[in-house]
Design a protein around this ligand. Structure first.
Ligand code: B12
Length: 475
Protein backbone atom coordinates (compact mmCIF):
# COMPACT_ATOMS: atom_id res chain seq x y z
CA UNK A 1 0.00 0.00 0.00
CA UNK A 2 1.35 3.43 -0.91
CA UNK A 3 1.42 6.05 1.81
CA UNK A 4 -0.39 9.39 2.00
CA UNK A 5 0.32 12.08 4.58
CA UNK A 6 -2.37 14.74 4.90
CA UNK A 7 -1.23 17.96 6.58
CA UNK A 8 -3.48 20.53 8.23
CA UNK A 9 -1.62 23.84 7.73
CA UNK A 10 -4.11 25.86 9.75
CA UNK A 11 -2.75 27.14 13.06
CA UNK A 12 -5.29 29.93 13.69
CA UNK A 13 -6.84 29.55 17.12
CA UNK A 14 -9.30 32.43 16.90
CA UNK A 15 -12.21 32.50 17.46
CA UNK A 16 -11.38 28.92 18.46
CA UNK A 17 -9.34 26.08 16.94
CA UNK A 18 -11.14 24.37 14.07
CA UNK A 19 -10.60 20.62 13.63
CA UNK A 20 -9.65 19.68 10.05
CA UNK A 21 -12.98 18.15 9.00
CA UNK A 22 -12.11 18.13 5.28
CA UNK A 23 -8.91 16.17 5.88
CA UNK A 24 -10.71 13.67 8.13
CA UNK A 25 -13.30 13.09 5.40
CA UNK A 26 -10.56 12.70 2.78
CA UNK A 27 -8.74 10.24 4.98
CA UNK A 28 -11.96 8.21 5.37
CA UNK A 29 -12.41 8.14 1.60
CA UNK A 30 -8.82 7.05 0.87
CA UNK A 31 -7.96 4.64 3.66
CA UNK A 32 -9.27 1.48 1.95
CA UNK A 33 -6.62 1.85 -0.75
CA UNK A 34 -3.80 3.81 0.81
CA UNK A 35 -2.03 3.96 4.15
CA UNK A 36 -3.23 7.41 5.30
CA UNK A 37 -1.99 9.49 8.19
CA UNK A 38 -2.93 13.06 9.23
CA UNK A 39 -0.44 15.56 10.62
CA UNK A 40 -2.18 18.40 12.40
CA UNK A 41 -0.14 21.62 12.78
CA UNK A 42 -2.81 23.39 14.86
CA UNK A 43 -1.20 23.00 18.26
CA UNK A 44 2.46 22.49 17.34
CA UNK A 45 2.79 25.18 14.63
CA UNK A 46 4.27 22.57 12.30
CA UNK A 47 7.28 21.80 14.50
CA UNK A 48 7.94 18.09 14.11
CA UNK A 49 6.43 17.83 10.65
CA UNK A 50 9.75 17.32 8.88
CA UNK A 51 10.63 14.51 11.30
CA UNK A 52 7.23 12.94 10.73
CA UNK A 53 7.79 13.03 6.96
CA UNK A 54 11.24 11.44 7.32
CA UNK A 55 9.87 8.73 9.56
CA UNK A 56 6.61 7.95 7.67
CA UNK A 57 8.24 8.37 4.25
CA UNK A 58 5.00 9.05 2.35
CA UNK A 59 4.58 8.71 -1.41
CA UNK A 60 2.14 11.60 -1.48
CA UNK A 61 1.72 14.61 0.77
CA UNK A 62 -1.48 16.63 0.73
CA UNK A 63 -1.43 20.10 2.28
CA UNK A 64 -4.74 21.61 3.28
CA UNK A 65 -4.84 25.40 2.96
CA UNK A 66 -8.01 26.63 4.65
CA UNK A 67 -7.38 30.24 5.54
CA UNK A 68 -5.94 32.97 3.32
CA UNK A 69 -6.61 35.94 5.56
CA UNK A 70 -8.98 36.86 8.37
CA UNK A 71 -11.09 39.08 6.08
CA UNK A 72 -10.78 42.12 8.35
CA UNK A 73 -9.53 45.27 6.62
CA UNK A 74 -8.59 47.05 9.86
CA UNK A 75 -6.77 44.21 11.51
CA UNK A 76 -5.78 42.03 8.61
CA UNK A 77 -3.90 38.82 9.25
CA UNK A 78 -2.50 37.18 6.12
CA UNK A 79 -1.81 33.48 6.65
CA UNK A 80 -0.36 32.28 3.36
CA UNK A 81 3.31 33.32 3.66
CA UNK A 82 3.60 31.74 7.06
CA UNK A 83 2.00 28.45 5.98
CA UNK A 84 4.16 28.25 2.90
CA UNK A 85 7.48 29.20 4.48
CA UNK A 86 7.07 27.38 7.79
CA UNK A 87 5.12 24.30 6.80
CA UNK A 88 5.16 23.54 3.07
CA UNK A 89 8.65 24.60 1.88
CA UNK A 90 10.67 22.79 4.60
CA UNK A 91 8.88 19.56 3.66
CA UNK A 92 9.41 20.07 -0.06
CA UNK A 93 13.16 20.40 0.62
CA UNK A 94 13.49 16.96 2.19
CA UNK A 95 11.10 14.78 0.24
CA UNK A 96 10.53 13.48 -3.23
CA UNK A 97 6.89 12.70 -2.45
CA UNK A 98 4.35 14.23 -4.81
CA UNK A 99 2.89 17.39 -3.29
CA UNK A 100 -0.85 17.99 -3.64
CA UNK A 101 -2.66 21.11 -2.46
CA UNK A 102 -6.31 21.53 -1.57
CA UNK A 103 -8.68 23.17 0.91
CA UNK A 104 -11.09 26.07 0.75
CA UNK A 105 -8.44 28.83 0.77
CA UNK A 106 -6.49 27.07 -1.95
CA UNK A 107 -9.67 26.62 -3.98
CA UNK A 108 -10.31 30.37 -4.04
CA UNK A 109 -6.82 31.20 -5.32
CA UNK A 110 -5.63 27.97 -6.99
CA UNK A 111 -3.37 29.34 -9.71
CA UNK A 112 -1.60 31.79 -7.43
CA UNK A 113 -0.94 29.14 -4.80
CA UNK A 114 0.24 26.54 -7.32
CA UNK A 115 2.70 29.10 -8.62
CA UNK A 116 3.82 30.21 -5.18
CA UNK A 117 4.50 26.71 -3.89
CA UNK A 118 5.40 24.87 -7.09
CA UNK A 119 3.28 21.99 -5.79
CA UNK A 120 2.83 19.08 -8.20
CA UNK A 121 -0.98 18.97 -8.14
CA UNK A 122 -3.90 20.90 -6.75
CA UNK A 123 -7.53 19.98 -6.27
CA UNK A 124 -10.13 22.72 -6.33
CA UNK A 125 -13.17 22.29 -4.10
CA UNK A 126 -14.34 18.98 -2.72
CA UNK A 127 -11.82 16.30 -3.26
CA UNK A 128 -12.96 12.83 -2.20
CA UNK A 129 -13.49 11.61 -5.76
CA UNK A 130 -10.76 13.63 -7.48
CA UNK A 131 -8.07 12.71 -4.94
CA UNK A 132 -8.87 9.03 -5.38
CA UNK A 133 -8.67 9.28 -9.17
CA UNK A 134 -5.45 11.30 -9.03
CA UNK A 135 -3.70 8.88 -6.68
CA UNK A 136 -4.91 5.93 -8.75
CA UNK A 137 -3.30 7.39 -11.85
CA UNK A 138 -0.10 8.27 -10.01
CA UNK A 139 0.09 4.77 -8.52
CA UNK A 140 -0.08 3.36 -12.04
CA UNK A 141 2.72 5.69 -13.14
CA UNK A 142 0.46 7.45 -15.60
CA UNK A 143 1.26 10.88 -16.93
CA UNK A 144 -1.47 12.97 -15.30
CA UNK A 145 -3.03 15.76 -17.30
CA UNK A 146 -5.42 18.27 -15.72
CA UNK A 147 -8.91 16.80 -15.35
CA UNK A 148 -12.12 17.92 -13.64
CA UNK A 149 -11.04 20.00 -10.65
CA UNK A 150 -7.46 18.73 -10.67
CA UNK A 151 -4.63 21.13 -11.56
CA UNK A 152 -1.17 20.03 -12.65
CA UNK A 153 1.88 22.16 -11.96
CA UNK A 154 3.44 21.96 -15.38
CA UNK A 155 0.33 23.36 -17.06
CA UNK A 156 -0.12 27.07 -17.59
CA UNK A 157 -3.59 28.26 -16.70
CA UNK A 158 -5.39 31.33 -17.92
CA UNK A 159 -7.81 32.77 -15.43
CA UNK A 160 -10.96 30.62 -15.02
CA UNK A 161 -9.60 27.96 -17.34
CA UNK A 162 -10.15 25.09 -14.99
CA UNK A 163 -13.37 23.16 -14.69
CA UNK A 164 -14.77 22.59 -11.23
CA UNK A 165 -17.00 19.59 -10.90
CA UNK A 166 -19.28 19.17 -7.93
CA UNK A 167 -20.36 15.52 -7.87
CA UNK A 168 -24.02 14.70 -7.28
CA UNK A 169 -23.61 13.15 -3.85
CA UNK A 170 -20.73 13.30 -1.47
CA UNK A 171 -19.22 10.52 0.54
CA UNK A 172 -21.45 9.15 3.25
CA UNK A 173 -18.40 8.16 5.28
CA UNK A 174 -18.20 9.59 8.77
CA UNK A 175 -15.35 11.97 9.46
CA UNK A 176 -14.57 10.38 12.86
CA UNK A 177 -12.52 13.46 13.67
CA UNK A 178 -11.69 12.29 17.18
CA UNK A 179 -10.24 9.01 15.89
CA UNK A 180 -8.16 10.56 13.12
CA UNK A 181 -6.47 13.40 15.01
CA UNK A 182 -5.76 14.15 18.64
CA UNK A 183 -9.08 15.77 19.46
CA UNK A 184 -8.27 16.50 23.13
CA UNK A 185 -7.09 20.11 22.69
CA UNK A 186 -10.02 20.93 20.39
CA UNK A 187 -12.43 19.69 23.03
CA UNK A 188 -11.45 22.40 25.43
CA UNK A 189 -12.39 25.37 23.26
CA UNK A 190 -13.55 24.06 19.92
CA UNK A 191 -16.41 22.02 18.59
CA UNK A 192 -17.01 18.79 16.71
CA UNK A 193 -17.75 19.81 13.12
CA UNK A 194 -20.61 18.16 11.26
CA UNK A 195 -21.59 18.76 7.65
CA UNK A 196 -25.21 18.06 6.68
CA UNK A 197 -25.05 19.16 3.08
CA UNK A 198 -22.87 20.72 0.43
CA UNK A 199 -23.69 23.52 -1.95
CA UNK A 200 -25.34 26.90 -1.71
CA UNK A 201 -27.96 28.16 -4.11
CA UNK A 202 -27.96 31.72 -2.77
CA UNK A 203 -26.38 34.55 -4.68
CA UNK A 204 -24.73 36.81 -2.08
CA UNK A 205 -22.51 38.94 -4.29
CA UNK A 206 -19.31 38.62 -2.25
CA UNK A 207 -19.51 34.98 -1.27
CA UNK A 208 -17.28 32.08 -2.25
CA UNK A 209 -19.50 29.25 -0.98
CA UNK A 210 -21.23 28.52 -4.31
CA UNK A 211 -17.80 28.43 -5.98
CA UNK A 212 -16.41 26.08 -3.35
CA UNK A 213 -19.37 23.76 -2.93
CA UNK A 214 -21.47 24.22 -6.08
CA UNK A 215 -24.79 26.00 -6.44
CA UNK A 216 -27.08 23.04 -5.79
CA UNK A 217 -27.84 21.83 -2.28
CA UNK A 218 -26.78 18.20 -1.92
CA UNK A 219 -28.08 16.88 1.36
CA UNK A 220 -27.04 13.94 3.49
CA UNK A 221 -29.73 11.72 4.94
CA UNK A 222 -30.84 13.00 8.37
CA UNK A 223 -30.47 9.44 9.80
CA UNK A 224 -26.81 9.30 8.69
CA UNK A 225 -26.04 12.75 10.11
CA UNK A 226 -27.62 11.92 13.45
CA UNK A 227 -26.03 8.47 13.52
CA UNK A 228 -22.64 10.20 13.14
CA UNK A 229 -23.49 12.59 15.97
CA UNK A 230 -24.73 9.74 18.17
CA UNK A 231 -21.60 7.66 17.59
CA UNK A 232 -19.25 10.58 18.26
CA UNK A 233 -21.28 11.50 21.32
CA UNK A 234 -21.05 8.00 22.73
CA UNK A 235 -17.27 8.03 22.22
CA UNK A 236 -16.69 11.54 23.57
CA UNK A 237 -19.51 12.30 25.97
CA UNK A 238 -20.39 15.94 26.35
CA UNK A 239 -19.01 17.90 23.43
CA UNK A 240 -20.36 20.78 21.34
CA UNK A 241 -21.46 19.71 17.85
CA UNK A 242 -21.25 22.46 15.26
CA UNK A 243 -22.89 22.42 11.84
CA UNK A 244 -20.58 23.86 9.20
CA UNK A 245 -22.99 24.16 6.27
CA UNK A 246 -23.22 27.32 4.20
CA UNK A 247 -26.72 27.74 5.65
CA UNK A 248 -28.16 25.27 8.13
CA UNK A 249 -31.86 25.52 7.28
CA UNK A 250 -31.68 24.98 3.52
CA UNK A 251 -33.22 23.39 1.57
CA UNK A 252 -36.53 23.88 3.35
CA UNK A 253 -37.36 21.03 5.73
CA UNK A 254 -33.88 19.46 5.97
CA UNK A 255 -32.89 21.12 9.25
CA UNK A 256 -36.28 20.26 10.73
CA UNK A 257 -35.80 16.60 9.74
CA UNK A 258 -32.37 16.52 11.42
CA UNK A 259 -33.79 18.03 14.61
CA UNK A 260 -36.69 15.56 14.63
CA UNK A 261 -34.27 12.64 14.27
CA UNK A 262 -32.19 13.91 17.21
CA UNK A 263 -35.35 14.29 19.27
CA UNK A 264 -36.61 10.85 18.22
CA UNK A 265 -33.37 9.25 19.38
CA UNK A 266 -33.56 11.20 22.64
CA UNK A 267 -29.95 12.34 22.30
CA UNK A 268 -28.83 14.80 24.92
CA UNK A 269 -26.39 16.79 22.85
CA UNK A 270 -25.23 20.40 22.68
CA UNK A 271 -25.51 21.89 19.22
CA UNK A 272 -24.64 25.12 17.51
CA UNK A 273 -24.72 26.37 13.97
CA UNK A 274 -23.82 29.28 11.78
CA UNK A 275 -25.82 30.42 8.76
CA UNK A 276 -29.56 30.55 9.39
CA UNK A 277 -31.47 31.64 6.30
CA UNK A 278 -34.26 34.02 7.40
CA UNK A 279 -36.45 32.97 4.47
CA UNK A 280 -36.75 29.36 5.64
CA UNK A 281 -36.92 30.11 9.33
CA UNK A 282 -40.07 30.17 11.40
CA UNK A 283 -41.15 29.49 14.97
CA UNK A 284 -41.52 25.78 14.30
CA UNK A 285 -37.87 25.54 13.25
CA UNK A 286 -36.61 27.33 16.36
CA UNK A 287 -38.85 25.26 18.61
CA UNK A 288 -37.43 22.07 17.11
CA UNK A 289 -33.89 23.43 17.36
CA UNK A 290 -34.37 24.23 21.06
CA UNK A 291 -35.75 20.76 21.70
CA UNK A 292 -32.94 19.08 19.76
CA UNK A 293 -30.29 20.79 21.88
CA UNK A 294 -29.22 24.01 20.17
CA UNK A 295 -27.53 26.23 22.70
CA UNK A 296 -26.24 28.90 20.33
CA UNK A 297 -26.59 30.07 16.75
CA UNK A 298 -25.04 32.65 14.45
CA UNK A 299 -27.40 34.89 12.52
CA UNK A 300 -25.74 36.53 9.55
CA UNK A 301 -28.24 38.68 7.65
CA UNK A 302 -25.31 41.11 6.94
CA UNK A 303 -27.65 44.10 6.85
CA UNK A 304 -31.14 45.22 7.78
CA UNK A 305 -31.34 47.92 5.14
CA UNK A 306 -33.74 46.96 2.32
CA UNK A 307 -31.41 48.62 -0.20
CA UNK A 308 -28.39 46.67 0.98
CA UNK A 309 -30.33 43.40 1.24
CA UNK A 310 -31.10 43.80 -2.46
CA UNK A 311 -27.63 45.06 -3.44
CA UNK A 312 -25.86 42.25 -1.59
CA UNK A 313 -28.11 39.71 -3.31
CA UNK A 314 -29.24 38.24 -0.01
CA UNK A 315 -32.41 36.71 -1.42
CA UNK A 316 -34.62 37.59 1.56
CA UNK A 317 -36.52 40.65 2.68
CA UNK A 318 -36.31 42.80 5.78
CA UNK A 319 -39.63 41.45 7.04
CA UNK A 320 -38.16 37.96 7.01
CA UNK A 321 -35.15 39.13 9.05
CA UNK A 322 -37.54 40.79 11.49
CA UNK A 323 -39.59 37.61 11.84
CA UNK A 324 -36.46 35.57 12.42
CA UNK A 325 -35.21 37.99 15.08
CA UNK A 326 -38.60 37.97 16.81
CA UNK A 327 -38.66 34.16 16.90
CA UNK A 328 -35.07 33.96 18.16
CA UNK A 329 -35.99 36.35 20.96
CA UNK A 330 -39.19 34.49 21.79
CA UNK A 331 -37.24 31.27 22.34
CA UNK A 332 -34.33 33.13 23.97
CA UNK A 333 -31.95 31.22 21.71
CA UNK A 334 -28.49 32.71 22.37
CA UNK A 335 -27.38 34.29 19.11
CA UNK A 336 -24.32 36.02 17.72
CA UNK A 337 -25.40 38.46 15.04
CA UNK A 338 -23.12 39.57 12.21
CA UNK A 339 -23.57 42.75 10.18
CA UNK A 340 -21.30 43.69 7.33
CA UNK A 341 -21.24 47.40 6.46
CA UNK A 342 -19.84 49.09 3.38
CA UNK A 343 -21.42 47.06 0.57
CA UNK A 344 -22.51 48.67 -2.69
CA UNK A 345 -24.96 51.48 -1.96
CA UNK A 346 -24.15 51.77 1.76
CA UNK A 347 -24.45 55.31 3.11
CA UNK A 348 -25.30 57.01 6.42
CA UNK A 349 -29.04 56.35 5.91
CA UNK A 350 -28.67 52.64 5.21
CA UNK A 351 -26.29 52.34 8.17
CA UNK A 352 -28.98 53.91 10.35
CA UNK A 353 -31.57 51.44 9.04
CA UNK A 354 -29.49 48.51 10.26
CA UNK A 355 -28.80 50.21 13.57
CA UNK A 356 -32.53 50.78 14.11
CA UNK A 357 -33.12 47.10 13.48
CA UNK A 358 -30.46 46.15 16.04
CA UNK A 359 -32.08 48.41 18.63
CA UNK A 360 -35.62 47.24 17.95
CA UNK A 361 -35.25 43.55 17.34
CA UNK A 362 -32.10 42.12 18.88
CA UNK A 363 -32.05 40.81 22.42
CA UNK A 364 -29.53 42.99 24.34
CA UNK A 365 -28.14 39.79 25.85
CA UNK A 366 -27.04 38.74 22.38
CA UNK A 367 -23.77 39.77 20.81
CA UNK A 368 -23.66 41.85 17.63
CA UNK A 369 -20.52 41.93 15.49
CA UNK A 370 -20.25 44.93 13.22
CA UNK A 371 -17.76 44.55 10.37
CA UNK A 372 -16.72 47.00 7.68
CA UNK A 373 -15.49 46.30 4.17
CA UNK A 374 -16.20 43.30 1.97
CA UNK A 375 -13.32 41.03 0.99
CA UNK A 376 -13.27 40.82 -2.82
CA UNK A 377 -12.85 37.26 -4.10
CA UNK A 378 -12.21 36.10 -7.67
CA UNK A 379 -15.16 35.01 -9.79
CA UNK A 380 -17.79 36.68 -7.60
CA UNK A 381 -20.26 39.40 -8.69
CA UNK A 382 -18.49 41.74 -6.26
CA UNK A 383 -15.30 41.34 -8.27
CA UNK A 384 -17.16 42.61 -11.33
CA UNK A 385 -18.57 45.58 -9.38
CA UNK A 386 -15.12 46.36 -7.97
CA UNK A 387 -13.73 46.26 -11.49
CA UNK A 388 -16.46 48.54 -12.84
CA UNK A 389 -15.85 51.01 -10.01
CA UNK A 390 -12.08 50.76 -10.58
CA UNK A 391 -11.44 49.50 -7.07
CA UNK A 392 -9.34 46.84 -8.79
CA UNK A 393 -7.52 46.78 -12.10
CA UNK A 394 -7.83 44.09 -14.78
CA UNK A 395 -5.38 41.27 -14.05
CA UNK A 396 -4.78 42.38 -10.45
CA UNK A 397 -4.31 39.47 -8.05
CA UNK A 398 -6.79 39.57 -5.21
CA UNK A 399 -4.68 37.22 -3.09
CA UNK A 400 -2.21 39.72 -1.67
CA UNK A 401 -2.56 42.40 -0.54
CA UNK A 402 -6.13 41.36 0.32
CA UNK A 403 -8.61 43.66 -1.44
CA UNK A 404 -11.67 45.08 0.34
CA UNK A 405 -14.65 46.81 -1.17
CA UNK A 406 -16.11 49.95 0.43
CA UNK A 407 -19.20 51.74 -0.83
CA UNK A 408 -18.71 55.00 -2.67
CA UNK A 409 -21.64 56.37 -0.66
CA UNK A 410 -19.68 56.80 2.57
CA UNK A 411 -15.98 57.16 3.27
CA UNK A 412 -14.20 54.26 4.93
CA UNK A 413 -13.15 56.44 7.87
CA UNK A 414 -16.66 57.73 8.42
CA UNK A 415 -18.05 54.20 8.32
CA UNK A 416 -15.61 53.04 10.98
CA UNK A 417 -16.40 56.12 13.03
CA UNK A 418 -20.13 55.32 12.86
CA UNK A 419 -19.45 51.74 13.91
CA UNK A 420 -17.27 52.84 16.81
CA UNK A 421 -19.93 55.31 17.97
CA UNK A 422 -22.59 52.61 17.73
CA UNK A 423 -20.51 50.11 19.70
CA UNK A 424 -19.63 52.69 22.36
CA UNK A 425 -23.33 53.30 22.97
CA UNK A 426 -24.37 49.65 22.89
CA UNK A 427 -22.72 47.20 25.26
CA UNK A 428 -23.65 44.17 23.20
CA UNK A 429 -22.21 45.56 19.96
CA UNK A 430 -18.57 45.00 19.04
CA UNK A 431 -16.48 46.21 16.13
CA UNK A 432 -15.27 43.04 14.47
CA UNK A 433 -11.69 44.30 14.24
CA UNK A 434 -11.64 44.04 18.04
CA UNK A 435 -12.54 40.40 18.32
CA UNK A 436 -10.20 39.51 21.12
CA UNK A 437 -11.60 40.74 24.44
CA UNK A 438 -9.14 41.89 27.13
CA UNK A 439 -7.60 38.92 28.94
CA UNK A 440 -8.76 40.25 32.31
CA UNK A 441 -12.34 40.42 31.08
CA UNK A 442 -12.18 36.84 29.87
CA UNK A 443 -10.69 35.70 33.18
CA UNK A 444 -13.54 37.34 35.05
CA UNK A 445 -16.07 35.75 32.73
CA UNK A 446 -14.56 32.31 33.40
CA UNK A 447 -14.63 32.97 37.14
CA UNK A 448 -18.27 34.03 37.01
CA UNK A 449 -19.20 30.92 35.07
CA UNK A 450 -17.47 28.68 37.60
CA UNK A 451 -18.94 30.47 40.63
CA UNK A 452 -22.49 30.61 39.34
CA UNK A 453 -22.24 27.31 37.42
CA UNK A 454 -23.42 29.06 34.29
CA UNK A 455 -23.68 26.92 31.19
CA UNK A 456 -24.78 29.72 28.90
CA UNK A 457 -22.60 30.47 25.83
CA UNK A 458 -19.37 32.20 26.71
CA UNK A 459 -20.37 35.37 24.89
CA UNK A 460 -23.29 35.90 27.26
CA UNK A 461 -21.04 35.63 30.34
CA UNK A 462 -18.60 37.96 28.65
CA UNK A 463 -21.40 40.49 28.08
CA UNK A 464 -22.32 40.34 31.78
CA UNK A 465 -18.75 41.29 32.69
CA UNK A 466 -18.76 44.04 30.09
CA UNK A 467 -21.87 45.48 31.72
CA UNK A 468 -20.20 45.30 35.16
CA UNK A 469 -17.10 47.03 33.85
CA UNK A 470 -19.19 49.72 32.22
CA UNK A 471 -21.09 50.28 35.49
CA UNK A 472 -17.76 50.58 37.34
CA UNK A 473 -16.54 53.08 34.75
CA UNK A 474 -13.82 50.70 33.54
CA UNK A 475 -14.88 50.86 29.87
C1 B12 B 1 -17.87 26.56 8.87
C2 B12 B 1 -16.86 27.65 8.59
C3 B12 B 1 -16.37 28.37 9.68
C4 B12 B 1 -16.76 28.06 11.12
C5 B12 B 1 -15.95 26.82 11.57
C6 B12 B 1 -16.68 25.97 12.57
C7 B12 B 1 -16.09 24.59 12.68
N1 B12 B 1 -16.37 23.94 13.77
O1 B12 B 1 -15.42 24.08 11.82
C8 B12 B 1 -16.33 29.39 11.84
C9 B12 B 1 -17.49 30.36 11.80
C10 B12 B 1 -15.86 29.24 13.27
C11 B12 B 1 -15.26 29.89 10.89
C12 B12 B 1 -14.22 30.71 11.26
C13 B12 B 1 -13.29 31.22 10.37
N2 B12 B 1 -13.36 31.16 9.02
CO1 B12 B 1 -14.56 30.00 8.06
N3 B12 B 1 -15.61 28.89 6.98
C14 B12 B 1 -16.46 27.94 7.26
C15 B12 B 1 -17.03 27.33 5.97
C16 B12 B 1 -18.43 27.86 5.75
C17 B12 B 1 -17.07 25.81 5.90
C18 B12 B 1 -15.77 25.10 6.28
C19 B12 B 1 -16.01 23.62 6.37
O2 B12 B 1 -15.94 23.03 7.43
N4 B12 B 1 -16.33 22.97 5.24
C20 B12 B 1 -16.59 21.54 5.18
C21 B12 B 1 -15.31 20.72 4.90
C22 B12 B 1 -15.63 19.27 4.74
O3 B12 B 1 -14.79 21.20 3.68
P1 B12 B 1 -13.24 21.59 3.48
O4 B12 B 1 -12.55 21.75 4.76
O5 B12 B 1 -13.19 22.72 2.55
O6 B12 B 1 -12.63 20.29 2.79
C23 B12 B 1 -12.93 19.86 1.51
C24 B12 B 1 -12.13 20.52 0.38
O7 B12 B 1 -11.70 21.84 0.67
C25 B12 B 1 -11.00 19.60 0.12
N5 B12 B 1 -9.77 19.70 0.91
C26 B12 B 1 -9.58 20.15 2.16
N6 B12 B 1 -8.29 19.99 2.52
C27 B12 B 1 -7.65 19.42 1.48
C28 B12 B 1 -6.32 19.03 1.31
C29 B12 B 1 -5.95 18.42 0.12
C30 B12 B 1 -4.54 17.98 -0.06
C31 B12 B 1 -6.88 18.25 -0.91
C32 B12 B 1 -6.47 17.65 -2.19
C33 B12 B 1 -8.20 18.66 -0.77
C34 B12 B 1 -8.58 19.24 0.45
O8 B12 B 1 -11.57 18.33 0.36
C35 B12 B 1 -12.45 18.41 1.49
C36 B12 B 1 -13.54 17.40 1.34
O9 B12 B 1 -14.19 17.51 0.09
C37 B12 B 1 -16.01 27.88 4.89
C38 B12 B 1 -16.61 28.22 3.52
C39 B12 B 1 -16.87 26.96 2.74
N7 B12 B 1 -18.05 26.84 2.24
O10 B12 B 1 -15.99 26.14 2.59
C40 B12 B 1 -15.49 29.17 5.58
C41 B12 B 1 -14.06 29.62 5.30
C42 B12 B 1 -13.15 28.41 5.27
N8 B12 B 1 -13.72 30.45 6.44
C43 B12 B 1 -12.95 31.44 6.15
C44 B12 B 1 -12.40 32.34 7.11
C45 B12 B 1 -11.67 33.54 6.57
C46 B12 B 1 -12.54 32.13 8.48
C47 B12 B 1 -11.94 32.96 9.62
C48 B12 B 1 -10.49 33.38 9.42
C49 B12 B 1 -12.85 34.16 9.83
C50 B12 B 1 -12.43 35.07 10.97
N9 B12 B 1 -12.04 36.27 10.66
O11 B12 B 1 -12.45 34.69 12.10
C51 B12 B 1 -12.11 32.01 10.82
C52 B12 B 1 -10.89 31.10 11.02
C53 B12 B 1 -11.12 30.08 12.11
C54 B12 B 1 -9.94 29.17 12.35
N10 B12 B 1 -9.63 28.91 13.60
O12 B12 B 1 -9.30 28.73 11.43
C55 B12 B 1 -12.70 31.52 4.66
C56 B12 B 1 -11.27 31.09 4.27
C57 B12 B 1 -10.76 31.81 3.05
C58 B12 B 1 -10.11 33.11 3.44
N11 B12 B 1 -10.67 34.24 3.07
O13 B12 B 1 -9.13 33.10 4.09
C59 B12 B 1 -13.83 30.60 4.08
C60 B12 B 1 -13.48 29.86 2.80
C61 B12 B 1 -15.07 31.50 3.85
C62 B12 B 1 -14.81 32.64 2.90
N12 B12 B 1 -14.73 33.85 3.39
O14 B12 B 1 -14.70 32.47 1.72
N13 B12 B 1 -15.44 29.37 9.63
Amino acid sequence: MKKVLLVNCNTEKAPYPIPPLGLCLLSASLEDHWDVSIYDCMFNEGIGLVDRVLQFNPDYIGFSIRNIDNTMPDNCVYYVDDQVSRIILPVQKITSAKIILGGSGFSIFPQELMKLTQADYGIIGEAETAFHLLLDSLDKGEDVLPFGNVLVCSTTYGRNRYKVSHPGVFSERFSEIDRKIDYTPYRERGAYSIQTKRGCSHGCIYCTYPLLEGTVFRTRKPEDIVEEIEQAHSRLGDVMFEFVDSTFNDPRGHAEAICREIIRRKLRVRLRTMGINPRNSNEELFELMMEAGFVQIDATPDTASPTLLANLGKGFELDEVRQMATAIRKFNLPTMWFFLFGGPGENEDTFKETLDFIDQYINPEDLVYMASGLRVYPNTPLETIAMQEQVIKPGQSLLYPPVFYFSKGISRDRLVQLILEATAERLNCIYSAETRPPVEMLKEAHKLRAEQQLNEPMFRSFLRIRKEWKAKGLL
